[in-house]
Design a protein around this ligand. Sequence first.
Ligand code: ZN
Length: 261
Amino acid sequence: MTELYKKKGICIWCSRSSNETSFLTKPHTIPKKLNAHKIGFDICDQCNKYFGSDNNEEKIKYSIDKITKEIFNVHRFLLSNEKDSNSWKKFKSQFFNYYHSKNALKIKIDYRKNIGFEEAFTKKFKRGIYNIFLQEYHRNTENGLDAQFDEIRNFVRYNIGDLPLYYLKNRTGIRLTEDLDMPMEFSFNQHVQSIIDRYGFYHMTLKGLNFFIAVNQKAFENIDNYLIPECKYLMGSGFVFNKLIEIKKISQIDFTIQDWS
Ligand SMILES: [Zn+2]
């Protein structure tokens, strides 16, 4: 069988080559349920399967793809304007319930009772964001095997270590106008590449949510001289964005106007 989905011939996640693994399955760089149809390469069948399959041996058994998709599903629901007391009937989420009378989303009771669930869930979501980054970066630049991304590989593929996810909060009540049905597009132009090289950060806009991720070690030296000034600049008068936070719990992403702890 021809191995269609390889260019460098080494998996960007596990670093194995065709001698040790295979590249036969179509790898979506962004979970396809997010209306993304980008097909990557150099993502081996085993790694591809790992990101898309539940695993009963992990604290959160749900796959990275499923959790990422779910958060954006919730985000879309909260942004829709037609919510009423019947909305919850249409709202299907594995992890959340919607209470119209309280105007709130809550993590389902079974999960709330589970100590450490939210932290572990949040960590998997962070891994999902970094997963999209490296796969899209490699699809665009073919440079995802670079050693500067080893921390990302360990974190996303093997759950080793922890990487920060920064989030630029929207001001309460601000509705995003971005079309949620538009396919996701990321830019890795020269300017973006020079920010990565100099400061180690990547600004990722996903369905109107603004994240900053630490893509290499330089990021940790550049919080004060890149991340904070850049976010201050984006905040401007504070009309759209008003705060930069590091996500520790998924409920910190207010998405819109809800308090859904
Ligand atoms: Zn692999």
